[in-house]
Design a protein around this ligand. Structure first.
Ligand code: ADP
Ligand code: MG
Length: 327
């Protein structure tokens, strides 16, 4: 781009709430093949709310399949006990899921003990000591790694996940207590943005650390078919690299559509979180959404000043308009 054209592009974009880091970014935005969206906080509002608390006793009889072994548990675990244990453990975490659980407990009039010891297990959950007892809150993998069988809660987990909720298991002193779930809401413009991107011939992909079933439910809601789920925070950049080199990726991520026959796709990655920063850097073009973390914004080529996925289209249109003036 000539300096003049760059200036024009930057000026127009700034007034539209889209900031490009330099003129070559406008050039680079040309010829992208795919737009990869982070799920939480990007396609959704990222404001989770606690929706369900299911003690394992109920979870076991979910779907009418009563096992009826109430004698197994030393004490009968009710909803409040499950939630109090979870909220206590999560009091040490800044994760949006943790905040939803702590806030949900407070709204229900509980005052959980703070965690005495706390450990974050990235992409899996938390391990903490609450009231002298070890509490785990997280996904199936976290429980499995700790030798706790999540099977008794499986039906409940699946039911909640099919609704697009993030379901988490709660265990205390090696014993499964129950399931808690949070829900997030899809941003209003997400669906029509995805539709328009696809009309333009672009592939649209969702990349998330969340589980396959939840990711699919949200993807269906916004019209995305290609989903890479259960991608650990440290693996998001590799997932983008795999997509760009035409690989399927071997990261526990699953994809429904085949990569193009010509191999890799040039990707625009759109994200908000600390987790997303390396992926923003790995992508051909990294786009940070406005309320995202500073790390994400620093790593990005483009910053959307508002939290509107539709501004991704605006960024593409601006770059096309600017480029067509130059060439
Ligand atoms: P995302 O990519 O959506 O930001 P993360 O990689 O942070 O998700 O987390 C992936 C999964 O790990 C979550 O869906 C959840 O099951 C589990 N998890 C992560 N952090 C926590 C937490 N603080 N409490 C409970 N579960 C958690
Ligand atoms: Mg996120």
């Amino acid at each position: 781009a000539t300096p003049a054209a760059t200036m024009v592009g930057s000026t127009i974009s700034a007034t539209n709430g889209v900031l490009f880091k330099g003129g070559d970014v406008l050039e680079k935005a040309r010829g992208i093949d795919a737009v990869v969206f982070d799920k939480t906080g990007t396609l959704t509002h990222g404001e989770m709310e606690l929706t369900d608390v299911v003690p394992v006793e109920e979870a076991r009889s979910d779907g009418g399949e009563a096992i009826g072994d109430g004698g197994v548990l030393a004490e009968r675990i009710g909803e409040e006990a499950v939630l109090a244990a979870a909220a206590g453990a999560e009091s040490g975490s800044e994760h949006p899921l943790a905040r939803a659980i702590v806030e949900g407990a407070r709204e229900r009039g509980l005052e959980p003990d703070d965690a005495e010891e706390f450990e974050n297990v990235p992409g899996h959950g938390v391990r903490a000591t609450v009231g002298g007892r070890e509490v785990l809150v997280g996904n199936r993998k976290l429980m499995g790694d700790e030798g706790i069988d999540p099977a008794p809660a499986e039906e409940t987990m699946e039911r909640l996940e099919r609704d697009g909720k993030t379901a988490m298991l709660v265990a205390r002193e090696g014993e499964l207590l129950g399931v808690i779930a949070t829900a997030d809401t899809v941003r209003e413009s997400a669906k029509r943005t995805v539709a328009e991107l696809r009309e333009r011939g672009l592939d649209v992909v969702m990349l998330t650390g969340d589980n396959e079933r939840t990711a699919r439910a949200v993807a269906r809601e916004v019209g995305i078919e290609e989903v890479r789920s259960e991608v650990l925070p440290g693996d998001k950049a590799d997932a983008v690299d795999a997509l760009q080199s035409g690989g399927e990726g071997t990261l526990g991520s699953r994809s429904t559509s085949e990569p193009r026959s010509d191999g890799g796709r040039r990707a625009m990655m759109v994200g908000d979180g600390v987790n997303d920063a390396p992926a923003l850097t790995a992508a051909h073009i990294g786009v940070a959404v406005g309320s995202g973390t500073d790390v994400a914004i620093e790593s990005a080529d483009v910053t959307l000043m508002r939290d509107d996925p539709a501004d991704v289209l605006k960024a593409i249109r601006i770059s096309e308009a600017t480029i067509s003036k130059v060439h």
